[in-house]
Each structure stands twice: as structure tokens, then as C-alpha cells.
Write a protein that binds this ligand. Structure first.
Ligand code: NAP
Length: 258
């Protein structure tokens, strides 16, 4: 029998797709959430990476941990909790961590925490793989959606390389089922696009074309984006474009809670 994979953050944007794909492959999958969840073909386990509740049970007996949970304000602490539990399990599972392209170059607080978490994992002694991905379509869409409500849409001179969570999920599963790689090659969406171009696509999808105006954004974080530190054009490996993603919005989800 194949060895069991634990997916943390099984209810999140990325984690729920990973769980669903593993289930569809009939791979033995355990999924972690702080809530009580149920779905066919998945062993759900309740636990909190912040307090440690249920984490020893979650990691017990698994060969791989695919860490899709994120606690935006406590990323390092929650990763440390997972690493400690994995070490104590005595199994030394392969730990797969999802990070973000540019965490080492853009001084956002969350990115600094992701970088510290990467270092913690790299120094943990556990077999591990770290995959940095570009911004997910949903994040880019929500960043633009607020601006798109204004009569004239302000757009910074940044570029994004939005990626579909299904493409990231497929790559993560491939990595989880392979040998630990340390830092894997980055993973980006199929196209590098200007913010203005993406805003036009969003406005076109909503049937409300508007005038755009380029706005300067000061500061070191903005400079990082303006320099393209969030991009990985050599790894434009995702398949689903932003337009394809926008066209699919509104589809129901298979996950149910109890
Ligand atoms: N969004 C992007 O554009 C993007 C781009 C590149 C990389 N990433 C990375 O991809 C990963 C997944 O992101 P996402 O957008 O899918 O996240 P998300 O939708 O915000 O989901 C976060 C998940 O973490 C779980 N969680 C939060 N706090 C927890 C805790 N204390 N204990 C246990 N579980 C906890 C939540 O589960 P419950 O609420 O059910 O407990 C939820 O399933 C993150 O590491 C993120 O940095 C994201």
C-alpha cells in the first residue's frame, strides 16, 4: 500500500486542490484543518499549528507532509511547530513547503516570515523540498478588484505572473512523490503581464471597460515589485492563463464541512 501523505491547510485555496487531486489518484491522504471537516476518500484530522493541538496525531505515521497551511501572522511559529512534530514522530517525513517567488528580495513582513520559515526547514535535518510559486490568480484578481471599482482605475507599473492553483498543486504532488530536492526550481504562471494588462482583462471579463491611469508607488516593497523580483520568466510552467481563470469563476466547490 502507498504511504500516506499529510496535507496541511486542506481547506485552503491550494490545499483543497491538492487534497482533491490526491483523492482522485486514490493516494492515501490525510488532511489537516482547525475545523472538523469531512469528504469522501480523505482522512480529515483536526489540529492547530499555532497551539500544537492535534499536530502529533496529524503527523503520526505519514511519509510526507505537504504544507499548504499558512498563518499570515505566525508563519514562522506554525512552521516550527510542524517541524518539531515531524521530528518527534520518528518517521522523518519528507516536508514539502510552498513559498513565494521573491521572498528574499521584497521586504514585505509576510515574505520575511516565509524566508525565515524556508531557512528553518532547510536547517531542520528533515528531508525537504521548497517550492516558490508566483501569485495565484485569485490573489491578483482580488488586488485588482478594489481598484477596478473606481471610475478611473489606478494601476502601478508592476508586472505579475499569475499562476493557477491547479498547476501549482500538480507540481507539488509531483515533488511530494519524488526525492527531496531542497530548493526546487521556482514555479510561475504561463505569462508575465503588466498590471494594466491584467486590469484590462478583469474589466473585460466583467463587461465594464474603464480608463486606466498609471500611478507611482513609493517605497522599498514597491521597488521590489517594479524590479520584477516577484517574477520567474524562465519558469513559466503553469498552463492556465488569467483569462481562462476569470472565465471559470463561480463554479461550486466539492468540499463540505460538518
Ligand atoms: N496566495 C498566493 O498568491 C500564493 C502565492 C505563492 C505561494 N503561496 C503560498 O501557498 C500556501 C497556501 O496559500 P493559500 O492561499 O492556499 O492559503 P489560504 O487559502 O489562506 O489557506 C490557509 C490554510 O491554512 C490553514 N491554517 C491557517 N492557520 C492555521 C493553523 N494555525 N493551524 C492549522 N491550519 C491553519 C487554514 O485552515 P483552517 O482555517 O481550515 O484551519 C487554511 O486551510 C501558503 O504557504 C502561501 O504562502 C500563496
Amino acid at each position: 500500500m502507498a504511504e500516506q501523505i499529510l496535507v496541511t491547510g486542506g481547506t485552503g485555496q491550494l490545499g483543497r486542490v491538492v487534497v482533491e487531486r490526491l483523492r482522485a489518484e486514490a493516494a492515501p491522504v490525510r488532511a489537516l484543518s482547525r475545523k472538523r471537516c469531512a469528504s469522501e476518500g480523505v482522512e480529515w484530522t483536526a489540529g492547530d499549528l499555532r497551539t500544537g493541538r492535534g499536530i502529533d496525531v496529524a503527523v503520526a505515521g505519514v511519509s510526507t507532509v505537504l504544507h499548504c497551511a499558512t498563518d499570515y501572522r505566525h508563519e514562522v511559529e506554525t512552521v516550527r511547530m510542524l517541524v518539531e512534530a515531524a521530528r518527534w514522530s520518528g518517521q522523518a517525513p519528507h516536508l514539502v513547503y510552498v513559498s513565494i517567488v521573491g521572498v528574499d528580495k521584497i521586504p514585505l513582513g509576510y515574505y520575511r516570515a516565509k524566508l525565515a520559515a524556508e531557512k528553518l526547514i532547510a536547517g531542520s535535518g528533515l528531508p525537504h523540498t521548497i517550492l516558490r510559486a508566483t501569485q495565484f490568480h485569485a490573489l491578483v484578481r482580488s488586488l485588482l478588484a478594489g481598484a477596478a471599482r473606481l471610475p478611473v482605475v489606478p494601476v502601478p507599473k508592476f508586472r505579475f505572473q499569475p499562476v493557477d492553483v491547479r498547476d501549482v498543486a500538480a507540481r507539488l504532488i509531483e515533488l511530494a512523490q519524488g526525492e527531496p530536492q531542497g530548493r526546487a526550481a521556482d514555479f510561475g504562471g504561463p505569462e508575465v503581464r503588466t498590471t494594466a494588462d491584467l486590469a484590462r482583462a478583469l474589466l473585460a471579463a466583467s463587461g465594464k471597460p474603464k480608463r486606466l491611469v498609471t500611478v507611482p508607488v513609493p517605497g522599498r516593497i514597491a521597488r521590489g515589485y517594479a524590479a520584477g523580483a516577484n517574477l520567474t520568466p524562465d519558469h513559466a510552467d503553469g498552463k492556465v492563463t488569467f483569462e481562462q481563470y476569470l472565465a471559470e469563476q463561480g463554479k461550486p466547490t466539492a468540499l463540505r464541512y460538518r
